[in-house]
Design a binder for this molecule. Sequence first.
Ligand SMILES: [Zn+2]
Length: 332
Amino acid sequence: MIVDVHVHVSALSPENGLMSRKLIRSLPFRFIKWRLGLSGEDARTEAQLRRVLFTTLENTPELDAAVMLAFDAVHDRAGNLDLANTHLYTRNDYVISLATQHRKILFGASIHPYRKDAVQELERCVKAGAVLLKWLPITQGMNPADDACIPFYEALAHHKLPLLCHTGGEKSLPNIAPDTPSPRLLLPALERGVTVIAAHCGTRSTFTEQDYVRDFMAMCHEHEHFYGDTSALNLPTRSHAFKMVLGDKVVRSKLVHGSDWPIPVIPPIGTIGLARSAECFMEGNWLRRDILIKQCMDFDEAYWHRAGRVLRLTGHSQRQLQNLHTAGIEAG
Ligand SMILES: [Zn+2]
């Protein structure tokens, strides 16, 4: 089973989530909107995006499934919702409903660990078929090394739900906790028995910023249940990591496939050459272009199937998801 562990969806109607005006009007988002053919800033835009997403999945035969990521709102250390600092919010229930609408969509939950009901919400999401839990600390405002996360880690370990956590810099979304890019902060999660996937392998998001690929690689050697996804590595600031992670036997055995759709995918000419880059560039579907580029590299067969194994999709979760699909079809 070939799975992309890192696909985003945003929502614009209050029942499904929100995007702040600041974010919608930012240059990267205006470019993505234009590229996907979206117009407006309301529920109709949300429906357009849904259709684009479904078509994109249909037009990517290489993938059996993609994990669609919810994105929780910012909460302060006392557990209060902080809407003023929330620029992107995609509710778990919205992604649960998307998973009932398309056979290739898996539910990636997102829960802020400082929420008073964090463990309760986790249990609800697990029952609804969540295959992983997603955080972006820099933008959501949690610190993975904070003791306040420990009860949540214990619950993740108990439910065997992997944590997919952004590592390295972030430039497409506002930074409210800029001191949290290091993969080293995830140590307390690993110590409590959580399987951790470091998104982007600790890569920088601008050329001037600190890069954490070496820390990421060291942690792959040190911790059995520590992995990294290859999402957004097809960006010029992050693509230097391909050579590094593929050149280390242990690290390459820890890589899982992810795209970070709808973030742009730019073929790394320095890695795959001009001719193959031009060929990949001809594929207009970014979800598929990301795969075509990685197929030109030294990824082995195990890489493509690893996400399914790490997310335990051959057993429990997949069965739950099928039940959920059936429940959705019956309800709808
Ligand atoms: Zn992402």
